[in-house]
Design a binder for this molecule. Structure first.
Ligand code: ATP
Ligand code: MG
Length: 287
């Protein structure tokens, strides 16, 4: 059995829609029959609560997985299935909460190969078609590790200066790793930049008009610097926040009726990424 395809959703800027994108995509892939795992590697635990899991309960996280496999030397296959929650058909979660800080310290304390500890830990993960990773907006040990583990990196950004800066920082960091560690160690490909929370019309106030101009400028700069990297927009929808309050993805909130603009756009993204990541007609592990 093959390893899953790993997709890491990352930007060094906070609040750009990383978690919303990670859980919504994962839910979309599960719906399409791909057996999908979400790794919540952010101490905020938003991916966990966004999928309906109470992060303050005694949930399993990367910390326990790391300790059981690396410290207690238990076989990955024996412990992993006991640590993941099944959220929906084909959708599984390894949770995140404040314990992720300790997991990060555990990775950082390795004397050799610390940036490849997640690759080592997950090398035995089989039976899933894909694994979507939600990271914190930083360049911590865990985030570095996910860059080594991932096959694809998806970079969401808001179309403003700081969203753009966060994206540039990720690319700069990635090229430093390639330079230092070599292309064979850093196999990850950037699959695209994803504009999120996009507003296409102005209200009456001038400030919003200015925001639209800034967004146009950022979009133009990205097109010129990185041809073909921009993915279709995810539009702003108030329903995203309503879904978040009810601890569901927008797809579940709308029962897959794709009513809101954001749900429509995320479904288009699922289909777009499916074409890029999966070979047509490949067997799925899901139901
Ligand atoms: N398309 C959208 N329309 C409206 N609101 C959105 C949209 N996408 C995300 N949001 C809202 O923006 C906020 C930030 O989103 P999210 O938590 O996904 O970002 P993040 O990059 O993961 O943040 P952090 O860096 O804190 O982890 C949330 O309140 C979310 O509900
Ligand atoms: Mg987040």
């Amino acid at each position: 059995m093959a390893n899953p395809i790993y997709l890491s959703v990352l930007n060094f800027k906070g609040g750009v829609g990383k978690t919303t994108t990670a859980i919504t995509l994962a839910r979309g892939f599960a719906k399409k029959g791909y057996k999908t795992l979400v790794l919540d590697l952010d101490h905020q635990g938003n991916a966990s609560s966004g999928l309906g899991i109470d992060k303050n309960e005694e949930i399993f996280t990367l910390l326990e997985l790391h300790d059981e496999v690396f410290k207690k030397k238990k076989p990955f296959d024996a412990v992993f299935p006991l640590m993941v929650s099944e959220i929906r058909e084909n959708l599984f979660l390894l949770g995140g909460n404040l314990k992720i800080h300790a997991a990060n310290n555990a990775l950082a304390s390795e004397s050799v190969g610390r940036e490849r500890q997640l690759v080592r830990l997950f090398s035995k993960l089989k039976g899933f078609d894909m694994c979507v990773i939600d990271c914190h907006a930083d360049s911590s040990e865990i985030t570095t590790n996910t860059m080594m583990l991932a096959d694809y990196l998806l970079i969401p950004l808001t179309l403003d200066q700081w969203g753009y800066d966060g994206l540039s920082d990720v690319l700069t960091r990635l090229s430093s790793y390639r330079e230092i560690l070599g292309d064979d160690q850093v196999k990850v490909q950037v699959i695209g930049f994803l504009p999120t929370k996009v507003k296409l019309t102005t209200g009456a106030d001038g400030a919003k008009k200015d925001q639209l101009l800034v967004a146009q400028g950022v979009r133009q700069a990205l097109r010129e610097q990185f041809p073909n990297m921009l993915l279709p927009d995810i539009r702003f929808s108030a329903d995203i926040e309503k879904a978040q309050v009810s601890q569901q993805t927008i797809f579940d909130y709308e029962n897959f009726n794709l009513k809101s603009n954001a749900a429509k756009d995320y479904w288009t993204l699922v289909e777009n990424l499916e074409k890029k990541m999966f070979k047509k007609g490949a067997a799925k592990n899901g139901k």
